[in-house]
Design a protein around this ligand. Structure first.
Ligand SMILES: [Zn+2]
Length: 336
């Protein structure tokens, strides 16, 4: 787990539009006050998501889960490397939750790295004309995609891959949902791909793109970029647009696999290759550090790393329940 190939992080950081990779959660010498550690850097956006979800009656349970994301966080430490630390907790996993979406894209990239067949990989974009009614254009897009992937020509060209939905919006043209694909298979001429997609979309003019990925790190960057980026700031900054997007997407999958990749379980975390010990709750470590505890201070310094991992408790300790929150001890006297 958490073992991406050399060059991945450097390549990822060179892409300036990957704002979700450059989390502000851990910047600076002094950690942000709790309980906002996990969600610092996107509080206003998060409040808008909560407000938008709150207006959709059948999403009450999902809203409650979203609101409590990361409420109980624990600091864990690699038994063989004390500087290797991680936060574990119960997280909502919602696609509109920025840290959860980022974590999911990393799980996807790690799985592709370890399970996907060797390339060459091709990166494909499938679009439709924009519409001012999101639910209509989403139905059009998903129906077209189904016809496309079931067509004999698609099956002849593509053996498997993964598909992500992205939605953009402009005041003039309206909603523009589209798919990004990573796939493996045979060479596919642009003109043939374009003709098939136009036929499946049943519209005369469509825009598609296909290019061969440079190497595996480039594929992983692409995955991390698009699998975590469902809506851009132009949508997330507007309560009305956000509410429309959340309601229209409630019954739609934003990431799916197809062909031979379907059985790879690309969204299930890989087993951890490290042995973790539990140090204490994040709030306890934070409070101890403020009172001058050097061990807690060191832990916080490690937690300030910009690539700090947030993992689900059940993925790290699948057979153990979290101990009572008040039961926290020093890293030298771990409780697990
Ligand atoms: Zn979350």
């Amino acid at each position: 787990m958490f073992n991406l190939p050399p060059g991945f992080h450097e390549a990822a950081q060179s892409i300036t539009s990957l704002d979700v990779l450059q989390t502000k959660a851990c910047e600076g010498d002094v950690p942000p006050s709790l309980p906002s550690f996990r969600h610092s850097g996107w509080e206003k956006h998060r409040e808008r998501v909560i407000a938008a979800m709150g207006t959709i009656p059948h999403l009450a349970q999902r809203t409650a889960r979203f609101k409590s994301c990361g409420a109980d966080s624990w600091v864990v430490q690699d038994k063989d490397d004390s500087s290797h630390v991680m936060l574990v907790g119960s997280y909502c996993g919602d696609r509109f939750c920025k840290p959860c979406a980022l974590a999911r894209s990393h799980v996807l990239a790690e799985n592709v790295h370890s399970k996907a067949p060797p390339g060459p990989y091709r990166l494909v974009t499938l679009t439709l004309p924009s519409s001012h009614v999101l639910s209509e254009v989403l139905t059009h897009l998903f129906d077209s995609w189904k016809r496309f992937r079931l067509s004999p020509l698609f099956k002849d060209r593509v053996t498997g891959g993964v598909c992500f939905l992205e939605i953009t919006h402009s005041l003039e043209k309206g909603w523009h949902p589209h798919f990004h694909l990573v796939c493996v298979g045979n060479y596919w001429r642009y003109a043939d791909l374009n003709a098939l997609w136009s036929r499946c979309a049943r519209v005369p003019v469509t825009v598609v793109d296909i290019r061969r990925a440079r190497d595996l790190p480039a594929v992983l960057c692409y995955l991390t970029r698009y699998a975590s980026k469902l809506v851009p700031p132009s949508i997330s900054s507007s309560l009305n647009l956000l509410t429309t997007a959340i309601a229209a997407l409630a019954s739609r999958r934003s990431i799916s696999t197809f062909g031979t990749w379907r059985g790879l379980r690309l969204l299930s975390p890989l087993p951890s290759e490290y042995e973790w010990r539990l140090c204490g709750t994040l709030s306890w470590v934070h409070a101890e550090a403020r009172q001058g505890n050097p061990q807690a201070g060191r832990l916080l310094m490690y937690l300030n790393h910009p690539e700090i991992i947030h993992a689900q408790w059940t993925d790290v300790f699948p057979n153990k329940s979290p101990p009572p929150l008040q039961n926290v001890l020093f890293p030298t006297n771990p409780i697990m």
